[in-house]
Design a protein around this ligand. Structure first.
Ligand code: SF4
Length: 321
């Protein structure tokens, strides 16, 4: 029987996800509906369903957005080709790309303009990777593991740089960077890690949790990269772990012989889903404690064009702009 639930902190929404969801909610308030969103605004089923219920229309490609309408780009970012396509279709674009993903795009553009080959460490087909690869399509190669580095062939090993997806495993990424440095001693990298603060903090917290809990439940959707990494990190640290969309996904068989249960959530999972999981165990007599490994205070500003459209409305209601 689960006697204690240990809740990781930090967990759940990061600053980029809060910003992206706020952007859609504000857009739904101030622009004529429907407001279109290209791809899932963040990789979480509950978030997408809630916003769909408020009037957002999620599309896979810009062809599905009627000319002249408003479209929001997701937190994972888009390639310059997508931006150009939106311009040609005269769409009003609100860009919810996380500023930390934009930073990687800028680094890619800078290396490409200096004639470097860029090795992007990331996962095939992930929305963020697709967007980043599009920034410098001709200059980029993708590696996903150390084995990929062994087979890599780069024509000028003196001009090579690496960048990473923001939501990778810290440990796996360091192994890949080590292999790259061994093979290409002149390789350059970003001044600080591209793996974002939220991914790092949640992974470090899950390692601490794994020292205290036998099983760790990670609340997050199956297509959420950072949530999947939390499950992997928990298992690497010696705990059992499962990714669950919500409380209904918990299987009784997992809990057999478990006295201390850890709970955390990916950067795109709403905290209400975590509270439901915790309440489930509280009702069954478990004590709940929070394990705080770090405090977060990161916030990102809204996109300029959204702020401009919002300002007259704020003045109309007497709210300071
Ligand atoms: Fe931005 Fe990191 Fe959140 Fe992704 S996980 S939206 S990069 S803060």
């Amino acid at each position: 029987m689960v006697e204690k639930v240990i809740l990781a902190a930090p967990r759940g929404f990061c600053a980029g996800v809060v910003r992206a969801i706020d952007i859609v909610k504000i857009a739904l308030e101030i622009y004529p509906k429907p407001v279109y969103v290209r791809k899932e605004i963040v990789h979480n089923r509950h978030v997408v369903e809630e916003l769909r219920g408020k009037g957002a229309v999620f599309v896979d490609e810009l062809e599905d957005v009627p000319e002249g309408k408003t479209v929001i780009f997701s937190a994972h970012g888009v390639s310059p080709q997508v931006k150009e396509h939106a311009r040609q279709r005269r769409l009003k674009v609100i860009d919810a790309t996380c500023p930390l993903v934009t930073k990687v795009h800028l680094e890619a553009a800078r290396y490409a303009s200096r004639g470097y080959t860029i090795v992007l460490i990331g996962h095939h087909g992930h929305d963020e990777v697709v967007g980043t690869m599009g920034v410098a399509r001709e200059s980029m190669v993708l590696v996903t593991c150390v084995e990929d580095v062994e087979t890599l062939e780069i024509s000028d090993p003196r001009r090579v740089a690496y960048l990473t997806q923001t939501t990778l495993s810290l440990e796996d990424t360091r192994d890949i960077i080590r292999a790259l440095r061994a093979k290409y001693p002149a390789i350059q990298g970003p001044p600080s890690e591209d793996i974002c603060y939220a991914t790092q903090n949640r992974q470090l917290a899950v390692h601490e949790l794994a020292r205290r809990a036998q099983l760790i439940l990670v609340v997050g959707s199956q297509n959420s990269s950072n949530s999947n990494r939390l499950v992997e990190e928990a298992m690497k640290a010696g705990a059992r772990s499962h990714l669950i969309d919500d409380v209904d996904c918990i299987e009784e068989a997992w809990l057999e012989g478990i006295g201390r249960l850890g709970v955390t959530s990916g950067a795109s999972a709403p905290d209400i889903l975590v509270e439901q999981v915790v309440d489930h165990f509280r009702r069954r007599g478990a004590e709940v404690e929070e394990l705080v490994t770090r405090r977060e205070s990161v916030q990102f500003a809204l996109p300029d064009n959204l702020l401009v459209d919002l300002t007259p409305l704020a003045s109309d209601t007497g709210t300071p702009a």
